[in-house]
Design a protein around this ligand. Structure first.
Ligand SMILES: [Zn+2]
Ligand SMILES: [Zn+2]
Ligand SMILES: [Zn+2]
Length: 295
């Protein structure tokens, strides 16, 4: 199905006029890549330092739609500037930043997820997606992928695909929705084999931890609890929590002959810490020092 550029731009301008920040999405629904000046030098940092509205405010004034959700804008002049017109030409869909429009999207990937939401989530406006539905609430909250199988929460610092206004009356976020993000790591094991965020490290497996004395279940349960502790510190203290969790988890392997797959555990801890705003070099140091302290 073709999506001529002018349709995308028309949708984008209409959303922007309604106060919804928009961005172009490429085929496959992802944002367009960063330009060379904005190239990523780590999963959370780019050469240009990032946009001013990112978690770690940067100086980037790039006129292109770089930095995914952070590029989303309601400014018609930006949407129609030369670099964005080039981007719209490549784009296949319009994305929007729900948090920037005071919205939260519960992204239900499949029929099971929709059935679950109908039982447990407050009714609100819904939009049909390829295999599931978006449930759209008023209000913002932290975003998180895979809060349950097939369920993502997209609000602050995230983008969602625009698929039309949907149907039904939009309702305010309730605790039932809000607690999905804080509680998900406690209620569910690590989403091993489930849908993971693109930056999520590979799951811990026996395959790489042939010298570990512990069961896979024991390790992933411990890791899950540790990640929940780190992610619960959204406002502050996530760095020292990361250090404590790293030290605690690594100490469990002091008597294993190894290898214990500690690299994988470290990657998960760093990802959790950066997801709540700890700069990645700081998170890496916290984990390294925690591991050292345990040894
Ligand atoms: Zn750029
Ligand atoms: Zn940039
Ligand atoms: Zn071990």
């Amino acid at each position: 199905m073709p999506h001529p550029m002018h349709h995308l731009i028309a949708d984008a301008l209409q959303l922007a006029a309604a106060g919804v920040p928009v961005l172009p999405l490429r085929e496959g629904k992802g944002p367009l890549g960063n330009c060379p000046a904005c190239e990523k030098i780590s999963p959370t940092r780019s050469r240009c330092g990032g946009r001013p509205n990112m978690r770690n405010p940067g100086p980037c004034q790039c006129p292109r739609p770089c930095h995914a959700w952070a590029a989303a804008t309601t400014d018609q002049q930006v949407i129609l500037n030369r670099p964005w017109l080039d981007a719209w030409r490549e784009a296949r869909a319009v994305g929007y930043h729900p948090g920037g429009a005071n919205l939260t999207v519960l992204d239900l990937d499949n029929a099971d997820a929709v059935a679950w939401a109908r039982q447990h989530m407050p009714a609100t406006r819904t939009v049909a997606t390829t295999r599931g539905e978006h449930w759209i609430y008023l209000g913002t909250m932290p975003s998180s992928n895979a809060v349950r199988p097939g369920v993502d929460v997209k609000s602050l610092m995230q983008y969602a695909r625009w698929l039309g206004p949907g149907t039904g009356t939009m309702t305010r976020l309730t605790d039932a929705v809000r607690t999905l993000v804080v509680r998900n790591e406690e209620a569910n094991p690590l989403p091993i084999g489930g849908r993971l965020a693109s930056s999520t490290p590979a799951p811990w497996t026996r395959h790489v931890a042939t010298g570990c004395r512990h069961t896979e279940r024991y390790i992933t349960d411990g890791l899950t609890k540790g990640l929940a502790k780190i992610r619960a510190h959204i406002k502050s203290g996530a760095g020292s929590q990361t250090y404590g969790v790293a030290r605690f988890l690594a100490a469990q392997h002091n008597r294993c002959p190894g290898p214990c797959g500690l690299d994988t555990i470290a990657a998960h801890l760093i990802a959790a810490a950066t997801s709540v705003g700890v700069p990645d070099d700081y998170a890496t140091r916290a984990v390294t020092r925690g591991f050292d302290a345990a040894a």
